[in-house]
Design a protein around this ligand. Structure first.
Ligand code: NI
Length: 172
């Protein structure tokens, strides 16, 4: 397994729309394992392929509290239906927007249909943190980031701060 580079806002590659996965094979499973390793190393709870510069529709999530006891969830070609549009407000963060946490409202309950790591279809009703996380990650596959839900002013502020950090890193 190997750690992958996570793209950071405002990298334009985070804006690309991912295309469906046409084959769930060992190569894809290897990438999925690498994504879990990358996500755990960065203490994240979700990671979409777009964030590691792969424009394919799949994502990984693990909401387990205990770091020793993983609960890896894989969603390939996920499709989402809103079951309860009532807004649910939750503080979100993102490995592509490191260091920033802001409240975002999303539909409270969703149905997600996807393929698992074996390529088999499954569906899951998600609410609470899982609903937030799945919607956040599917947004990534569509080139959307949680900062897009914030005010222009807030988004600009985060953008300039991160750009400054990226410049500082590049000059070291
Ligand atoms: Ni994210």
């Amino acid at each position: 397994m190997s750690l992958l580079e996570i793209l950071e806002f405002p990298d334009p590659r985070l804006r690309k729309k991912a295309v469906p996965v046409d084959q769930v094979d060992d190569k894809l499973r290897q990438t999925i394992d690498d994504m879990f390793e990358t996500m755990y190393a960065a203490s994240g709870i979700g990671l979409a392929a777009t964030q590691v510069n792969i424009q394919k529709r799949f994502l990984v999530i693990d909401l387990a509290d205990d770091e020793e006891e993983h609960n890896p969830l894989v969603f390939i070609n996920p499709e989402i239906t809103v079951l309860d549009p009532e807004p649910y407000r939750h503080e979100e963060g993102c490995l592509s927007v490191p260091g920033y946490f802001e409240f975002v409202e999303r539909p409270r309950k969703v149905l997600v249909k996807a393929l698992n790591k074996a390529g088999e279809p499954f569906e899951i009703e998600a609410e609470g943190l899982l609903a937030v996380c799945v919607q956040h990650e599917i947004d990534h596959l569509n080139g959307k980031l949680f900062v897009d839900y914030l005010s222009v002013l807030k988004r600009q502020r985060i953008k300039s701060k991160l750009e400054k950090e990226h410049k500082q890193k590049a000059s070291v």
